[in-house]
Design a protein around this ligand. Sequence first.
Ligand code: AMP
Length: 218
Amino acid sequence: MRIILFGEPGAGKGTYAAELVKRYGIPQISTGDMLRAAVKEGTSVGHHAQEYMKRGELVPDATVIELVHDRIQRQDAAKGFILDGFPRTVPQADSLDKLLHKMHNELDAVLKIEISKETILTRLTGRRVCTNCGATYNVATMKPQKEGICDKCGHELIQRPDDKPETILNRLAVYQKDTAPLIDFYDKKGLLKRVQCEGPYAEALGRVFAALEKVAKV
Ligand code: AMP
């Protein structure tokens, strides 16, 4: 199954993607995670990307497209994948279409996670991530047992540099300008499925699974 998880920053794409990895046994391909790993490792891609990321802007299409093209063609993605945070622009979506066509594959669904602005802001401003294992917490809604410390591995929790209030506003504006046009793009192709994800997590997850039930063919 080849799907895109689509939604504003803070909508919960990463969290739902992790659940879908367990359910369908296909990899999550998160461009945000790949770029953060490149920054941490100090690769040339990381150097190039980090200033854009700090400002909450999009990394240029060519860089991200190359990362995703390499990743999708790896063996573990042969049966499918969950794209999380890609595509974010029309040129990225076009490049994905062309690549899948070349590989004689196609997308099965684009899941749009729908959630209120208030929830998004609470999630992003309160999000804390583990510097070691990447586990995510929230100071308001999902506190660790000991403040500032990861329950899973005991390392320090930090706020992502791009989760500072001024950068968050920029990321949301960038989403509206560059990424929101993809809603129409995928709706016209008949691939878009809107999933209401406000409210209790277990119920929202149930709706995510239900939306994919009809397209699942792993
Ligand atoms: P995320 O973790 O998906 O919110 O991504 C964090 C940051 O990485 C974004 O604010 C962008 O700077 C960059 N990024 C991630 N995915 C993309 C993409 N598909 N295109 C351009 N920039 C991206």
